[in-house]
Design a protein around this ligand. Sequence first.
Ligand SMILES: Nc1ncnc2c1ncn2[C@@H]1O[C@H](COP(=O)(O)OP(=O)(O)OP(=O)(O)O)[C@@H](O)[C@H]1O
Ligand SMILES: [Mg+2]
Length: 254
Amino acid sequence: MGQSRVLAFCGKGGVGKTSLSALTVRLYLEARVKVLAVDADPSMGLSLALGLRPRKTLDHLRREMVDLLRNRPQDRVDLAASLDYKLLELLEERGDLAFLAVGRPEEEGCYCRLNTFLREAIEALSIRFPVTVIDAEAGLEQVNRRVMRSVTHLVLVSDGSAKGLRVAEGLANLARQAVSPERLGIIFNRLRDSQEFETLSSRTHLPVLGWIPEEKEITRYDMEAMSLLSLPPSPALTALSNCLQRLGSGLVFC
Ligand SMILES: Nc1ncnc2c1ncn2[C@@H]1O[C@H](COP(=O)(O)OP(=O)(O)OP(=O)(O)O)[C@@H](O)[C@H]1O
Ligand SMILES: [Mg+2]
């Protein structure tokens, strides 16, 4: 597939970032591509959507390193040298899938440091995989803080609401200044029909990748905490693969 791709799904809360991230992971796995999936949202939705439970999160590692440095500041150089190895140890692996979760800082005020660590972890790990898929936290913070600096393909997700589209457009503007991805586009999720899609498309100047229909099975899988990796083939999945091809995801389907 050539050079590494780093895809991130960003947008307003509740628009479908996690569902589309998980289904994207699934499409790459079906195409026999090794994927690093990163749950960058402290609420850890992607972990559920992929049916994985990480033993240790990036926040656990950060705390461990802070404690080590507090007790033995002279070990700073050794610790830095072993960071790559420690990050690899965090990965939960299932066949071609490797998974990393950022976790949730216990103390308030640590989000900022954790986001910096996350940025470094994504940079260090993504070069080892042909594809990285990141499920971002809702809103602007992680793009603003340049956590998404190494993202090559930015997917903005919106539902049919004016607010969803406004947040996506805000994110696109910010991303063009702060992270400059190679490719960027919007997916409209949970739409009723193509007419709704035409109306929404005419309201934005963002590159439009396509739309995903509302599909009851996706909601049911979420309600029953089932892995989207085992969702049967469906119109939503086909629609997503078309959107990803338009983005230049490197996916080719038979
Ligand atoms: N195409 C779809 N059809 C039906 N239900 C969907 C679809 N996409 C997402 N959903 C449902 O919408 C809800 C929100 O989706 P999801 O959790 O993926 O959004 P999110 O953007 O990750 O939310 P958050 O900002 O809280 O992390 C979930 O119940 C999910 O199952
Ligand atoms: Mg989510």
